[in-house]
Design a protein around this ligand. Structure first.
Ligand code: 13P
Length: 295
């Protein structure tokens, strides 16, 4: 059975909401990571969103990311999409849109809300006529860093998304998706399990915003699995994963090179690192229940 590749990303978000699963956004900054994400998606017949932050995309190249997404999509016949994650300016997101990204995330969460609304609107109007989806953000998702925290990470109450502000932001900007701050943070605590999400707050945001925008969860690494399942039930249609992928990939690479200091051939030591990343992506796809959801 061939897949109808004319189905766009919005179709899959709507499908996720209707059928109660979530799409994984998996970040990458090199080709083996990108291949690993696509391989895992292919094996489990899951749509996948490839993510690049500003830093990741500057290292990899915006046009290069789009070109490879196109090639891999054509070769695999899989619904593979590309999102510019945490873009901080209209200008950079415009470059990503022009390069051919399927979706962009404007992170104006550190700006005063009026400024966040103003730039989000600008991004939205540029993206809309080009068929590109826009994710906005209200509330500050604790920490920018994808790393392992040796001390307990404290979420500040003031950083959580306020339901009334989220509603106003969505009404004024018309963004397609909203990233929420409900106790989630980028990175992972050393225990491997982050504190519980504020699911009560997610429910409140969902009710108050009238589900006008799809809801997104960042900082998916280390989030307790039960919280993930409940968040999906409450309507989260995209979960971003980065730190767990980096840990598996870099850890495997470090060990391989330390164990065999004579080895200098990348195509001999890279495949194992790629496989270790694939395992993480597969386990997330299963947890997100996006397996066999490509049609
Ligand atoms: P983690 O690094 O915690 O998985 O978060 C990734 C993320 O939210 C990227 O936007």
């Amino acid at each position: 059975m061939t897949i109808n590749l004319t189905k766009n990303l919005k179709y899959y978000f709507e499908k996720a909401k209707r059928e109660g699963f979530t799409l994984g956004q998996f970040n990458f900054s090199d080709y083996s990571q990108l291949k690993g994400i696509v391989e895992a998606g292919k094996r489990l017949k899951s749509p996948v969103i490839l993510g690049t932050s500003e830093g990741e995309s500057k290292f990899f190249g915006l046009q290069e990311a789009v070109a490879l997404r196109k090639v891999l999509r054509k070769k695999s016949g899989m619904p593979i999409f590309l999102n510019l994650d945490h873009g901080k300016s209209f200008e950079y997101l415009r470059e990503a849109i022009d390069a051919g990204y399927d979706m962009v995330h404007f992170d104006g969460s550190k700006l005063p809300i009026e400024e966040n609304i103003k730039i989000s609107k600008q991004v939205r109007s540029y993206a809309k006529w080009r068929g590109v989806l826009v994710e906005g953000e209200v509330g500050r998702i604790g920490t920018d860093a994808s790393k392992v925290y040796t001390e307990k990470f404290e979420i500040k109450e003031d950083d959580l998304t306020r339901a009334d502000i989220a509603k106003d932001y969505i009404d004024k900007t018309g963004v397609d998706l909203l990233a929420v701050s409900i106790g989630n943070f980028h990175g992972i605590e050393i225990s491997g399990i982050d504190p519980n999400l504020r699911l009560d707050l997610l429910e409140k945001i969902k009710k108050e915003t009238g589900e006008k925008a799809f809801l997104v969860l960042h900082g998916g690494s280390g989030t307790p699995e039960d919280d993930i399942r409940k968040a999906i039930k409450l309507g989260i249609v995209k979960i971003n994963i980065n730190t767990e992928l980096r840990l598996a990939y870099s850890g495997n690479l470090r060990r391989a090179l330390q164990n065999n200091t004579e080895e200098i051939v990348p195509y001999k030591y890279m495949p194992e690192a790629q496989k270790s990343l694939e395992k993480v992506v597969e386990s997330k796809i299963k947890l997100f229940d996006s397996e066999n959801k490509i049609y």
